[in-house]
Design a protein around this ligand. Sequence first.
Ligand code: NI
Length: 383
Amino acid sequence: MDPALVESLTRWRRHLHANPALTLQEAPTAAFVAARLREMGVEVTEGVGGHGVVGTIRRGGASNRSVGLRADMDALPIEEANPGLPHRSTVPGVMHACGHDGHTAALLGAAALLLADEGWSGTVRLVFQPAEEGGGGARSMIEDGLFRRFPMERIFGWHNWPGLAAGTVAVHEGPVMAAGARFEIAFEGHAGHAALPHLTRDPMLGAGHCIVALQSIVARNLDPLDAGVISVTIAEAGEAQNQVPRRAVLKGTMRFLRDAAGATLEAGMRRVAAGIAAAFGLEAAVEIRPGVPVTANHPAERDLAAAAAAEVTEVRRDLAPAMTGEDFAWFLREVPGCFVWIGNGPAEDGRELHNPCYDFNDAILPVASRYLAAVARRALAAE
Ligand code: NI
């Protein structure tokens, strides 16, 4: 890669790291992206589904195919703990702890590589999505006509992966990341004096049993060869130390790789909550809000991605999926595509996703840009 482009990639990435923007507040990042694309002479549309930016590169020739490459742009509400870092976040309480700064810079680099390369034809859509971190950015772009206004036959994306050797691309056969749903279970009882428990119906007791019993769904109802997670992460109840409260609420998240497993977890949760309520004389209300679907690669695009990655770097096909979620899943419901991981290097000294000491590894930017350009060329040249 041209050393001047390598230098630009690092400078762009560090600028984005120093100037992070929260989910749904990505205006400065979108403006930066649009400015870099315009400098390169790329046709730019801003404000797609919020702060989304779409760049289009067309080149006449043998192929009339189209392909999308996607990066996410948002940062997290985490206070950075890298005091010595020259490009440390300048925004209090906000940091790029998931490496979306690197994803954005690498896609700009792919645009530069494709513009400099005469050896392809067709249409490339550069999709810079906002609000990946639970903000519904992918769906906002789709609802704003992403695939209608900017037709693309396939789409490819990636996430940096701490713990995987720097620059190695991991391609999964099917599921890459999990589907998720958030749940809330509210137990209603009868409040009263803590020392006169026989005059109350105690929702705390029900909630306590429920926390334990929910784990029996994964352990006893789910096929042991299937993947599922239920985590109760918030318990809200009580105001006074000498009062049995009226209400106790449990909140958390569930994850799964197959829709059938999700249905098992949901049915189990409703059954356990209702059963515990009946046993303890309480009322239970269960609310489950679906999150992202499973991020699952399509077979032909998975093979295109693996071949493109092999042009550029080491490829691994043996990694298990992760139970974290990825908003890219929504794009894969619209058009076929593939989502890969690119190794960020050792997950040590806090170099882990969503850790306050995380920093994207600039050394993998050239690999990521070259992979994206290579997969676009292969998709446009495909039969
Ligand atoms: Ni991320």
